[in-house]
Design a binder for this molecule. Sequence first.
Ligand SMILES: *[C@@H]1O[C@H](CO)[C@@H](O)[C@H](O)[C@H]1NC(C)=O
Ligand SMILES: *[C@@H]1O[C@H](CO)[C@@H](O)[C@H](O)[C@H]1NC(C)=O
Ligand SMILES: *[C@@H]1O[C@H](CO)[C@@H](O)[C@H](O)[C@H]1NC(C)=O
Ligand SMILES: *[C@@H]1O[C@H](CO)[C@@H](O)[C@H](O)[C@H]1NC(C)=O
Ligand SMILES: *[C@@H]1O[C@H](CO)[C@@H](O)[C@H](O)[C@H]1NC(C)=O
Ligand SMILES: *[C@@H]1O[C@H](CO)[C@@H](O)[C@H](O)[C@H]1NC(C)=O
Ligand SMILES: *[C@@H]1O[C@H](CO)[C@@H](O)[C@H](O)[C@H]1NC(C)=O
Ligand SMILES: *[C@@H]1O[C@H](CO)[C@@H](O)[C@H](O)[C@H]1NC(C)=O
Ligand SMILES: *[C@@H]1O[C@H](CO)[C@@H](O)[C@H](O)[C@H]1NC(C)=O
Length: 822
Amino acid sequence: MRLFNGFTTCLTVLFLLHLSTHIQAYTPGEVFTISCGTSGKSFDGQRTWLGDSDTKYLSTQDGTVSTKPTKSPFVYEVPYAKARLSRLQFNYSFPVSLGPKFLRLFFYPSSYLSFPRPDASFTVLSNQFTLLYDFNASLTADAENRETIFKEYVVNVESGDRLNLSFIPSQPNSYAFINGIEVLSMPTDLYYMSDTGFKFLGSDTLFSFGTSFALETQYRINVGGRAISPSNDIGLLRNWVGQDENYLMTENTQNNDSGGMNLSVNPDYVAPKELYRTARNMGTNATFNKISNLTWVFQVDSGFTYMIRLHFCEIDPNITNIGDRVFKIYIASKSAEDHADVMNWSQKQHGLVVQRNYAVFIPNNNNHKKVDLSLQLHPYGDRRDSIYSDAFLNGLEIFKISDRGSNNLAGSNPEPLQTPQNNVPIQKAESSSERGTTIMDIVVAAVPSIILVSIFVYLVVFILRTEAAATKSKDYKSKPTTTPLPSDLCRRFSLVEMKAATNNFDDVLIIGVGGFGHVYKGHIDGGSTPVAIKRLQPGSQQGAREFTNEIEMLSKLRHVNLVSLTGYCNDNNEMIILYDFMPRGDLRSHLYDTNKPPLSWKQRLQICIGAASGLQCLHTKHMIIHRDVKSNNILLDDKWVAKVSDFGLSRIGPTDMSKGHVSTAVRGSFGYLDPEYYTTQRLTVKSDVYSFGVVLFEILCARPPLIHTAEAEQLSLANWARYCYRNGTMDQIVDPALKGKITPECFNKFCDIGISCLQLDGLKRPSMNDIVSMLEFSLQLQNSAEQCENSAIATEVVNQQDQNTTPSRSDQDEVDVNISLH
Ligand SMILES: *[C@@H]1O[C@H](CO)[C@@H](O)[C@H](O)[C@H]1NC(C)=O
Ligand SMILES: *[C@@H]1O[C@H](CO)[C@@H](O)[C@H](O)[C@H]1NC(C)=O
Ligand SMILES: *[C@@H]1O[C@H](CO)[C@@H](O)[C@H](O)[C@H]1NC(C)=O
Ligand SMILES: *[C@@H]1O[C@H](CO)[C@@H](O)[C@H](O)[C@H]1NC(C)=O
Ligand SMILES: *[C@@H]1O[C@H](CO)[C@@H](O)[C@H](O)[C@H]1NC(C)=O
Ligand SMILES: *[C@@H]1O[C@H](CO)[C@@H](O)[C@H](O)[C@H]1NC(C)=O
Ligand SMILES: *[C@@H]1O[C@H](CO)[C@@H](O)[C@H](O)[C@H]1NC(C)=O
Ligand SMILES: *[C@@H]1O[C@H](CO)[C@@H](O)[C@H](O)[C@H]1NC(C)=O
Ligand SMILES: *[C@@H]1O[C@H](CO)[C@@H](O)[C@H](O)[C@H]1NC(C)=O
């Protein structure tokens, strides 16, 4: 034991010596490097790990298990040698100062004692951010073909003095686990830049994000060089991977070294000098360069905005002047630089490093499915523009930016590997080995496995290409140009009219920011008519499909409780939809996080009835499933009439009612999603009913559907409402502004309706028809009680409520409610 300690100390000393040979500009004030499920200290050559069993960071060890994986190639390697696991939520909390932190998570999906490998599925929250959502660890590791999973985030601690981390199993029979956690303070200006912003590709605007956003590192690559390990980073323990060839699509490139050139990195924590000592370039074969791009392709989750940071340093002594080596940069096929000239950026200084940041929005494709993000450098072939026809890059970082509003960073789980197409060739290969080993097999085995690998890679590439081609043609079909829009049904506006209406899309007129672009308040017809103008992000294929979808649907739908279409504009690749302007905005902005006065109970009931009638019309008259029912999508006109809006996600329901559902990838908003739809992917009108149930409780309780910082049982409004209903404590969650204003009859009826919408079994949920009638009935109950009250004794009802009057239910998981109209 003493020997071992001595060895560790020796290693640590070596480690420190090693560090001291680097000029270490930045020393993080706070470092927590935690090996979960262990006690004592251990060193892995990069970091000194501290066991969580001896620290106060883990809120409680009760209910968690710390154990070794049953099968491990890393048995002796911290932090993967042990894990902390639980089928219940568990939390860590780190005492930190304000400011941005690196948060790193280390996972080794394996079977642990009584925790089978496939059962790990959990959500990870940190302060207000969702880092992972229903994360299936084994599926992710298998899809990425790796043993361990490493995640790095940048989270800014804005208030309080703690960085909290919660691990929440997805279902009662799944579990959460973690092997290692690292929290490290970092320079504020490293990734949060206080300057005026950087290019937002595909738009003319600059992009900037404040410290209220979190980042997830997607890629950090030493281009043209070898990996730089965490201990060789400048104090921040970042991992710079090498082998950019893994992402490279261009052949015949070179990787060059700066030799003994003196490099200058300022501030020096931006990146280690080693990053800039190597670069990848194309070479100066102008004939070849003219016909190709230097291209890398990275997989990212769709539906997020990404920050791409490119690191450059001119290390070629032959390049001495501005204009010597100029090239173009494209990111996701959008132009990022037309005239990238590193010599100009570095003011003609060799060895002075520069970084360039870009933001690009990757439109959502099928619920955050992974898509390709390309980086392309294209040399000028003409000596007028550039003496050398070449392009180069030293390093690159790609970050996902958390979603505004939902604070989400989680993508979806990857698809399981097997698809019918790639089963065929793989099965053939396997069946030959199953025959038992023969001399032939041994000979075959002796042939370098590279061939097999190449065949496999070829097949995968082939399948991906075929799929890409298929998606392309599908997208193409749904382009507005091929589906003529109904100009006879609604007005078509020109882009000139739209610019006039919005003062050339002036930012001060923005009244909403949605997944597909901005919503402006504008005036048409010479300024006389106010309208809401939704401008879709230009060039988004997904947007194009939903654009057509929404216009086609809206032009057919006319109902007092549905937002109506004023017209659209489809000039010059712009996709713009005009709606009647709703002066009172959305329902949510009247419920919580607001300065607006609280709505009265009767106003709320009338809004519920209006919204329910709008959905009823969609369901029964048009067979349309809304798919994104939520309080932000219920708008209010000047007379407080509720109008259901946002049909971008809508689907035409099954016309053949015997089938009763449509199979589709899950869409919608967290907190409102029907769990049945989520698990079965079968979309029915009852999924809208579930989401509407959540809205009913939002209205009653004036709280958001999800509060990440709340205690587990209160986190989801739907679960919390069911919980209180069972325990007969419903009156405690009512919006304080409504206390004493709701009659008990009306209150009980309203809760019954809400809970019946939230039934886990969709078949047990009422139809929108029933809901409208029941809500109207509950309004009558309120009215008649108030009339009695006016003529007789006033009663403060909700305050007086006790166990006799509040609904009290048995402690079943599934709540059974009698739905009766009277
Ligand atoms: C995780 O994914 C695997 C592979 O698709 C699946 O077998 C397993 O049931 C999933 N686990 C959970 C908890 O959903
Ligand atoms: C972290 O958790 C502690 C205790 O659970 C709580 O008091 C604190 O408000 C939380 N901080 C944040 C930022 O969520
Ligand atoms: C860059 O690489 C090419 C090919 O590998 C080589 O010919 C050239 O001398 C290298 N330049 C430097 C500065 O190392
Ligand atoms: C690099 O800097 C050192 C000290 O500043 C100097 O001695 C050396 O000559 C420089 N090397 C080059 C290649 O400029
Ligand atoms: C330039 O590239 C083309 C295409 O790869 C190749 O055929 C040609 O030989 C190259 N020329 C030189 C000078 O390397
Ligand atoms: C610089 O240019 C000269 C003359 O064209 C050439 O011989 C030499 O190889 C080049 N050096 C590098 C590093 O490319
Ligand atoms: C390079 O890539 C950009 C962006 O995808 C593309 O527009 C351009 O045509 C490509 N250039 C060549 C020469 O392939
Ligand atoms: C050099 O960069 C500046 C701004 O960064 C730009 O205005 C100028 O046109 C560039 N010069 C050349 C020759 O590219
Ligand atoms: C974890 O935190 C949540 C709320 O932040 C709390 O309700 C729960 O009791 C905590 N769990 C444990 C095991 O400490």
